[in-house]
Design a protein around this ligand. Structure first.
Ligand code: 5GP
Ligand code: ZN
Length: 159
């Protein structure tokens, strides 16, 4: 089931009961367990039971279901971890920092001064001229409207 899973997948092993994990939530389509190297106590990974490499391959209804699970777990994890804040993080693809290629959502309780950072706005980026931002927005609007060229989530051509 799902996208290519010919390689060894640690999360598939966990889903199939062959790998050790501290599971905190299960339903028919998803599981959540504690990250083995948590940013903070309470760092949870939410995964589909079905193997999909990354966000590009996950069926939309499944991706939405995982987000729903994250919304359900968020307040509970914040309470248990005694943390008012959290990050929901998806690293999709190698360039985006994904290390385990079984799609997953990180739910990371945050504390002031914990040293973890997703540095946005990115200090290395200049603020482009408004015309460039408008041009990019216009290109996206045009792609969304064009029924012929409209790309599906797994057919994006990389320039
Ligand atoms: P990624 O970089 O792919 O978004 O994140 C992978 C996450 O999986 C990391 O936070 C890492 O600590 C966690 N991880 C890697 N191997 C295992 C494992 O065997 N068990 C668990 N519970 N977490 C793992
Ligand atoms: Zn897998």
């Amino acid at each position: 089931m799902g996208t290519s899973n010919t390689k060894h997948c640690i999360f598939c092993e966990i889903v199939h009961g062959a790998g050790e994990a501290s599971i905190c939530f299960e339903d028919a389509r998803a599981m959540a367990f504690m990250d083995i190297q948590p940013v903070n106590p309470g760092h949870v990974l939410i995964v589909p039971r079905e193997h999909h490499d990354s966000l590009n391959e996950v069926p939309e209804d499944l991706a939405l279901h995982l987000f729903h699970v994250a919304l359900k777990l968020g307040p509970v994890v914040r309470r248990v971890a005694r943390s008012s804040d959290l990050n929901l993080v998806v690293n999709s693809g190698e360039a985006a920092g994904q290390n385990v290629f079984h799609y997953h959502v990180h739910l990371i309780p945050r504390r002031l001064g914990d040293g973890f950072d997703i540095p946005l706005p990115f200090a290395g980026s200049p603020m482009p001229d408004r015309t460039l931002l408008d041009a990019m927005a216009a290109r996206i609007i045009s792609e969304l409207r064009d029924p012929v060229r409209r790309v599906t989530r797994d057919t994006v051509a990389v320039a």
